[in-house]
Design a protein around this ligand. Structure first.
Ligand code: PXL
Length: 286
């Protein structure tokens, strides 16, 4: 029988406005994978749209938690990192990966720092340097288009872009260390949005596209990255993990728009979970 896989999710906990760990925990569990957590910061809400949020930086907790897990020989099939409260946390995460990684651990880095051509509140280009360093330890990275442009040192362009432009960005990111790059929120034509990915040593760019609903959907990147990471760690093929995670994300976006769920509260993934759990079950059990 398939053994229960375990992911260490390293991300912030924003109490309200689903993103980061309040997405990673339910989505990874629903994918049939155990989710252990190292919170990088505690916030009252995420920092997009909301103002007046509180933030407690948890930098001083990261290594003590990782050291404890190392001492008790906890095994992780995956390490999945996201939002960091400051650029210095990058080195703490690299030490954490060194402590927790074994030969069969996949490291997935989601460089959550920017969207729509701009850094999130409180963050700046020091975060790009931080993630470039962290990518040396990553197997798979999942930047959105804005983050990918910043990390590759290429101009952010609004609106549809060509596959060759995205491939150039991906090739520059592959040089930083990861063996697979998945760029999310890429528009290749009006009203379409999706993912482009490429693996080192392959010259094929894989695409998964969906119809785009207008407007900003907060936490969509976290829903995709959490589902994608858990599917991969559970053993899905890269193309299948991309497609299933994208379907779940666009289904959640569709339900958010349909039910009029306030967008800054995060994606309405709850109503998309039952169909997702069934799809995951069919995928791994047939
Ligand atoms: O969804 C990415 C994210 C994660 N964590 C915090 C954020 C954001 C985006 O705004 O503010 C705290």
């Amino acid at each position: 029988m398939e053994s229960l896989k375990r992911i260490a999710a390293i991300n912030d906990i924003s109490g309200l406005g689903k993103c980061s760990l309040t997405v990673a925990l339910p989505v990874i569990s629903a994918t049939g994978v155990e989710c252990s957590v190292i919170p990088t910061a505690l916030l009252s809400t995420h920092t997009g749209v909301f103002s007046g949020w509180t933030l407690e930086d948890l930098s001083d907790q990261i290594l003590p938690i990782a050291n404890h897990w190392h001492e008790i020989n906890a095994h992780f099939d995956g390490i999945f990192t996201g939002y960091l409260a400051n650029p210095a946390q990058g080195d703490l995460i690299r030490k954490t990966i060194e402590l927790l990684r074994t030969a069969d651990t996949k490291v997935i880095v989601d460089p959550a720092m920017a969207d729509n051509g701009r850094y999130y509140s409180n963050l700046d280009e020091r975060m790009t340097r931080c993630f470039r360093n962290l990518f040396q330890d990553a197997d798979i990275v999942t930047p959105n288009f804005t983050e990918a442009c910043f990390l590759a040192g290429m101009d952010y362009v609004e609106g549809p872009v060509s596959v060759s432009y995205v491939e150039k960005i991906i090739d520059r990111i592959l040089e930083l260390g990861p063996s697979t790059v998945v760029v999310t929120s890429v528009s290749l034509e009006e009203n379409n949005i999706g993912m482009l990915s490429k693996e080192r040593g392959s010259n094929r760019v894989y695409q998964a596209m969906a119809h785009e609903l207008t407007g900003m959907f907060h936490g969509a990147g976290d829903v995709f990255a959490s589902s994608f990471s858990a599917l991969l760690i559970r053993g899905a093929k890269l193309s299948d993990a991309t497609e299933i995670a994208m379907r779940f994300t666009s289904d959640s976006i569709g339900r958010t728009a349909e039910r009029g769920t306030p967008r800054h509260y995060g994606l309405d993934f709850e109503s998309a979970l039952p169909a997702y759990v069934q799809e995951v079950d069919r995928y791994f059990n047939t």
